[in-house]
Design a protein around this ligand. Structure first.
Ligand code: PLP
Length: 394
């Protein structure tokens, strides 16, 4: 059967593939510790589930909603964005989508012509580059350094700039590195983007999962000019343990948002009505579970980070947000005579039944991603097994 060229070129998500592999091994009865998932291990808080059940019973969610989301949910997004970012928004600057991933997808489809470039700092979240390519754009991948906490600088942006540069993509806190940009760093990039008239895509999906008493500054809060230049991507998946509900949103320039809504109207029609009702409760209801989940992640990070950092041949800085560790394991690979991180990850899974994600899908062939969205027991046991694997491979 003939397939389109774009499908032949498309890399499937390495994180979803790794998680599927773990599920399969577990189903076959293997004692696998999977640290591959990109989602909280908590279930959705009760108040949100109950709001969804009530919405179903009311019959109101039997029907299509507006393509860009229900007026109530958009209003809630406007309210929390005022609270968190200090921004005053109109409903035509907000679109609700089937997950933040689809917000990004429709955004690229809306802003890119063939050959238009998007600057993406490396390591990057696995879907960014592939989504740019699906829109016939060109991902311009810029390497960042562990010493600079894997953050891009204005000098690097300047070097990457061409007359086809359409946008830059920032994700703070970052998946996979867990690093956050300081306000000064964001301001420097924001002012540069305003001066060059480059759109800033600010993926803030992990902004409420920040640890060690820090907080993640928001690009769009820094000035009116920067806010006008920024599209915010956000959603309920990570903050409220709602990955399965598929509700994300984008905020920004009304013309871009209108374009995105047209794509939604011709593709998914609207995000699922019952999930929108649940997201409304998530945003406006009791927020105590957000804090509880954040504290649980922070405890795991503080327990597990020193143990991971002490593994032979592992190098990393302590993450400040999200729920991933992204060590450079070049030293550990060398100890075992490995020259390929994916082979190292596969051997670890085969010999010690610990599943990590290869850094290759994130553009980092010396790193692995390990999610600490798992029980403390599993995390502690994983460290024991990884250490044994490294020692046995020497
Ligand atoms: N952005 C980043 C950096 C992510 O890690 C994810 C999910 O893994 C998303 C966006 C998409 O989230 P969702 O589509 O579940 O809203």
């Amino acid at each position: 059967m003939k397939l389109a060229k774009r499908i032949k070129k498309l890399e499937p998500s390495v994180t979803l593939a790794a998680t599927a592999k773990v599920r399969k091994l577990k189903a076959e009865g293997h004692n696998v510790i999977g640290l591959t998932v990109g989602e909280p291990d908590f279930t959705t808080p009760d108040n949100i589930e109950e709001a969804a059940i009530e919405a179903i019973k009311s019959g109101k969610v039997s029907f299509y909603t507006a393509a860009g989301g229900t007026p109530e949910l958009k209003e809630a997004i406007i309210q929390v964005t005022k609270r968190d970012y200090g921004l005053d928004l109109e409903p035509n600057q907000v679109i609700v989508t089937s997950g933040a991933k689809f917000a990004l997808y429709t955004l690229f489809q809306t802003i890119l012509d063939p050959g238009d470039e998007v600057i993406i700092p490396v390591p990057y979240w696995v879907s960014y580059g592939e989504q740019v390519k699906l829109a016939e754009g060109v991902p311009v991948l810029v390497e960042t350094k562990l010493e600079n906490e894997y953050k891009i600088t204005v000098e690097q942006l300047e070097e990457a700039l061409t007359d086809r540069t359409q946008a830059i993509l920032l994700n703070s806190p970052s998946n996979p590195t867990g690093m956050i940009y300081t306000e000064d760093e964001l301001r420097a990039i924001g002012e540069w983007a305003v001066e060059k008239d480059i759109l800033i895509i600010s993926d803030d999906i992990y902004a409420r999962l920040v640890y060690n008493g820090k907080h993640a500054p928001y690009m769009a809060s820094l000035s009116d000019e920067i806010a006008k230049q920024t599209i915010i991507i956000n959603g309920v998946s990570k903050t409220f343990a709602m990955t399965g509900w598929r509700i994300g949103y984008a905020i920004g320039n009304a013309e871009i948002i209108k374009g995105m809504a047209s794509i939604v109207s011709q593709s998914t029609s609207n995000p699922t009505a019952v999930s929108q009702a649940a997201a409304l409760e998530a945003l406006l209801g009791d927020q105590s579970t957000v804090r509880e989940m954040r504290i649980a992640f922070e405890e795991r990070l503080n327990t597990i980070y020193p143990k991971i950092a002490a593994l032979p041949g592992f190098k990393l800085k302590k993450p400040q947000g999200a729920f991933y560790l992204f060590p450079n394991i070049k030293g550990a690979m060398e100890l075992g005579g490995y020259d390929n991180v994916t082979t190292w990850v596969n051997d670890l899974l085969e010999q010690e039944h610990v599943a990590l994600v290869t850094g290759e899908g994130f553009g980092a062939p010396e790193n692995v991603r390990m999610s600490y969205s798992s029980s403390m027991e599993d995390l502690e046991e994983a460290v024991v097994r990884i250490r044994r694997f490294i020692e046995n491979s020497q």
